[in-house]
Ligand binder design. Structure first.
Ligand SMILES: [Zn+2]
Length: 397
């Protein structure tokens, strides 16, 4: 019996953030694995690009895994898929260090991604991009537990009663009166783990003893929502909260019961503005397949907002791997919501309080400037530079 168990290759999803659909066994080394995907509250907009599972018992055996059931919808456009010819899965033997597979074979007719590999170890984790869970965040925050320049608050609860955290980084010994104020948000969409690595890099830099970080803490207040959808991250979701609502749409529909995450985040931001505090810059971080870009209220904003966007974009293009040669995009839809329940955070913040709010997309496919698929280290480093660039772009205003 023991021998049989050792021979069978088994698939596991009994850990935080894991997701996998049905596994069909084609032979003892060939498996067809459906990507579970997730649809919204109406059963629309299915997106299938988060998979994270463990394979046990395959040491030294050449496996073939076909990732299938990838097609869904995006913004009600059918037939789209966010696992592509150019997205390359990652693997790990310890759940911490992640590497991209050297090869993956795309089948355009079947819309499937085939992996062929021979595990070196008995346990192997596979994911779409390097995962970042609530546990990663908790560990990070524990490491900064007694930092005098970090304040951590729970601003409310998610559908499943998880904490909605808001972090504040600043030197409390310097009066806030003249400080510029920046808000950052990560992980509105739970599959976009790359944005959490960026946020971690940003936080690590902000709390560091580097002279520039010390100056930034004297001159700025950074407010960070590090995990906008902790429920989705916990269950290995894709882009909807536990009730099926997209947390970067619906910002015009205040519904604390169906989407408490948005209600809590909106209130925190608007309470701050309404009490007379400034917000010089708001940025929400996202991942997408093949493009880096920034979008913001270019046409509706003042010339100052457009200049800020252009300065921010130029610095990113010059100093980082961010590759957006066409510059910032207009997020449009600022005076009248085009469709009820489709407003993004950036649109709502500008529409309702004229906050210079931007969205940043960071690609998960091969970066033309890095000349490789982005790694955890690339994301962490980008996060640190992002803080420096934001503070420079705003200080120049
Ligand atoms: Zn997103």
């Amino acid at each position: 019996m023991l021998t049989l168990l050792l021979l069978a290759v088994t698939f596991h999803t009994d850990f935080e953030g894991a997701s996998l659909g049905k596994v069909e066994i084609l032979s003892d080394t060939h498996f067809r694995c459906a990507v579970k995907g997730e649809a919204d509250h109406d059963g629309r907009n299915r997106q299938a690009n988060w998979y994270y599972f463990r394979i046990d018992g395959a040491t030294g055996r050449k496996l073939t895994i076909d990732l299938v059931d990838l097609v869904g919808e995006y913004n009600y456009r059918t037939g789209t898929h966010a696992v592509t010819r150019h997205t390359r899965p990652v693997y790990s033997y310890d759940g911490t260090e992640w590497k991209h597979f050297d090869n993956a074979e795309w089948d355009d007719r079947a819309i499937a991604l085939r992996l062929q590999f021979t595990p070196d170890k008995d346990r192997m984790w596979i994911a779409h991009i390097p995962p970042y869970t609530n546990q990663n965040l908790a560990k990070l925050l524990r490491s900064f537990h007694s930092h005098p320049h970090l304040k951590r608050e729970t601003r409310g609860k998610t559908v499943e009663s998880r904490d909605i955290l808001l972090l504040t980084v600043t030197n409390p010994k310097v009066s806030d009166e003249k400080k510029r104020v920046v808000w950052l948000m990560a992980r509105q969409h739970s599959w976009e783990a790359g944005t959490s690595w960026v946020a971690e890099g940003a936080l690590r830099f902000l709390l560091s003893s580097e002279p520039q970080a010390v100056r930034i803490r004297d001159d700025f207040v950074f407010k960070i929502f590090p995990m906008a959808d902790p429920d989705g991250v916990a269950r290995g979701g894709v882009r909807f909260n536990a009730n099926g609502y997209d947390l970067n749409r619906n910002w015009d529909a205040v519904d604390p019961r169906r989407m408490p995450e948005i209600a809590v985040q909106r209130k925190a931001i608007f309470d701050s503005v309404d009490s007379g505090r400034r917000i010089d810059f708001f940025l929400t971080l996202h991942n997408t397949e093949s493009e880096d870009y920034i979008a913001g209220p270019l046409s509706a904003g003042s010339p100052g907002v457009r200049k800020l966007a252009e300065r921010f974009s130029t610095l990113l293009n010059e100093l980082t791997a961010f590759h957006s040669p066409k510059g910032p995009r207009d997020s449009g839809q600022t005076t009248t919501p085009a469709m009820k329940g489709r407003m993004m955070v950036t649109q709502a913040l500008f529409y309702e309080r004229q906050i210079p709010a931007f969205l940043m997309e960071l690609m998960v496919e091969r970066s033309p400037k890095l000349r490789r698929l982005p790694t955890i280290e690339d994301r962490l480093e980008f996060g640190a530079t992002l803080v420096k660039i934001i503070s420079t772009a705003i200080a120049d205003r």
